[in-house]
Design a protein around this ligand. Structure first.
Ligand SMILES: [Zn+2]
Length: 309
């Protein structure tokens, strides 16, 4: 009842009252789940303390092969909203989660994002700006063999996070319209921060078009595309490279003068270390799953800028 009156009042007067004081009934935060930690950052930027955000894939776990724990399934049964990002495990698990909690709304924040093919399916070919853009906005492999699985790492490009932020805003507006102005103001502030970060990274990589960095797991395809760079993946289709490919990678790194192999904490760094030894270089961490998305992207960008050749 209070909520309804609140809604009617708000509908009539929200232009006059930009910050309606929250009643105790409205103070309960919306329970929200996200798949990975950077999404928690996005949701908190938009919802602030109006949402209580839980991350399904814990730090250190691989989101490609993750499976929820029974304890998490219990928590998910009390969740109002789930923000999916398009990562592998969602395909099977969101159906099971929906079955235990049919009231939970699933929002696909990657909807409307044109996906590139996962670099691991390019049979060792580099990803990068030389790839031809195909019709309907998809970017495909240069040799035309490219219909691999779509690359899920859409949270690593500021322009694509903008799209995800819009989906998140719309979900909160429809679930909790009483706090419309707070969501909208937060969202506008977040978009401004995203744009500032993008401008900063654009100038960081100015004049570096076509350069490459070498990375164990190819998480950085969208990032590379955004700034005119290319990633050379070491891992092929989720597996350690065979000796012949390893030799090819060593040759390619030497030719380009690449001395750094990027690894992420969720994967073994064994073959990356072997490769680094062969080229007289080193292994450096670049985490695609850090919760402080902005700070992390800035930090990783500086490392790429230093290592790209
Ligand atoms: Zn990945």
């Amino acid at each position: 009842m209070m909520k309804r009156i609140g809604k009617i009042l708000l509908g009539a007067a929200f232009c006059l009252l930009p910050a309606l004081p929250a009643s105790p009934a409205e103070a309960a935060a919306v329970k929200v789940f996200v798949s990975i930690a950077p999404q928690k950052y996005f949701v908190q930027k938009i919802a602030g303390d109006l949402a209580e955000v839980s991350v399904l894939v814990p730090a250190g776990a691989d989101p490609h092969t993750f499976e929820p724990k029974p304890r998490q399934m219990v928590e998910l049964s009390k969740t109002a909203l789930y923000f999916a990002v398009g990562i592998d495990f969602e395909k099977t698990w969101l159906k099971k989660i929906s079955a235990t909690n049919p009231k939970m709304r699933i929002v696909r924040t990657d909807e409307g994002i044109p996906k590139i093919a996962m670099a691991a399916h390019r049979h060792g070919r580099e990803s990068g700006p030389e790839r031809a853009a195909a019709p309907h906005g998809h970017v495909q492999d240069g040799d035309g063999s490219g219909a691999g699985s779509p690359d899920p790492h859409v949270w690593l490009s500021p322009a694509l996070v903008r799209i995800q932020a819009n989906h998140i805003l719309r979900a909160f507006l429809s679930l909790d319209p009483a706090h419309r102005t707070r969501y909208e103001d937060n969202h506008a502030r977040f978009l401004a921060r995203i744009d500032a970060l993008h401008a900063e990274l654009t100038s960081l990589f100015a004049g570096r078009k076509g350069e490459r960095f070498m990375v164990f797991h190819p998480s950085w395809g969208y990032f590379a595309d955004a700034y005119g760079l290319g990633q050379i993946p070491v891992e092929i289709e989720g597996k350690e490279p065979k000796p012949a490919l390893l030799r090819k990678l060593i040759r390619r790194a030497r030719e380009r003068g690449i001395r750094v192999i990027f690894v992420q904490p969720q994967f073994s760094a064994k073959s990356a270390e072997l490769l680094a030894r062969e080229i007289g270089g080193k292994v450096v961490y670049a985490d695609p799953l850090a919760e402080n998305w902005e700070e992390n992207l800035r930090e990783v960008a500086r490392k790429f800028q230093a290592a790209a050749r």
